[in-house]
Design a protein around this ligand. Structure first.
Ligand code: 6PG
Length: 230
């Protein structure tokens, strides 16, 4: 199979290891942040949840980035109490945000403790005031979902800025996600995909199956060798 056939790939990079992938993406964030801050005075960055980006965040905290001019958003959140160990923002605080100097006002968590519906409405009201998201980091699940946009879930078809998600097959069942349109509209979209568990989804995407991850427009894909289908 030809990995360059990913339907929405602007570019595909294959890295030997997760560590190499993590450093490459962290460098990409640093370069884009510097450029955006030089031109527009601000860098709007959306971070991904899940396990794969952890190492990238650990790399990022050691890079020279003008965090005071970076606004941080979250691609999705699980509906759990604030501070819950399973929340994406808890992981991102522990791996990145607690290690950098950034005003708390620059960190825009999804208030998923309010429940999916109210949290989605509140986050959409905040995002409406943001002219454009500069970069979105994304993971991909084994079923091809991204953020909390799952195959065959009505939330994936929504054109809303932010969507409430129910019946997620990945726990917890209730979540909040940026909508597909919002993800696609960002200036740069970067997927981080690592490990053998992602082979089947990548193989389907390369055959043109439009799983949710393939529906994010013009994305840059960073894969490790273990994720490559045979
Ligand atoms: C979450 C996510 C989700 C994640 C993918 C990949 O809440 O889990 O934001 O979209 O990015 O499921 O997760 P892994 O990197 O752990 O495989």
């Amino acid at each position: 199979m030809n990995i360059d056939n990913l339907p929405n790939a602007k570019a595909v990079y294959v890295h030997d290891t997760l560590d190499d992938l993590s450093l490459a993406v962290a460098q990409r964030v640093k370069a884009s942040a510097a450029q955006a801050i030089a031109v527009r005075g601000v860098f709007h960055l959306v971070l991904a949840g899940g396990e794969t980006p952890r190492r990238c965040y650990e790399k990022l905290r050691n890079l020279a980035i003008d965090w005071a001019h970076v606004q941080i958003y979250f691609g999705d959140e699980r509906c759990l109490p604030r501070g819950d160990a399973q929340r994406n923002d808890t992981m991102i605080r522990a791996t990145l945000l607690e290690h950098i100097v950034i005003p708390q006002a620059n960190i825009h968590c999804i208030p998923s403790e309010l429940g999916a519906q109210d949290a989605a409405a509140a986050y959409a009201a905040m995002l409406e005031r943001v002219a454009a998201l500069d970069m979105v980091l994304l993971g991909m699940g084994e079923d091809g979902h991204t953020a909390s946009l799952f195959p065959c879930n009505p939330a994936t078809e929504s054109t809303a800025l932010v969507v409430p998600v129910f019946n997620s097959p990945k726990p917890p069942p209730e979540r909040v996600s940026l909508g597909m349109r919002t993800l696609s509209a960002a200036r740069q979209k970067i997927f981080l995909v690592a490990g053998a568990g992602k082979r089947s989804a990548l193989e389907q995407l390369s055959r043109g199956v439009l799983l949710p991850a393939a529906r994010v427009a013009a994305a840059e894909w960073h894969l490790d060798r273990a994720a490559l289908p045979g």
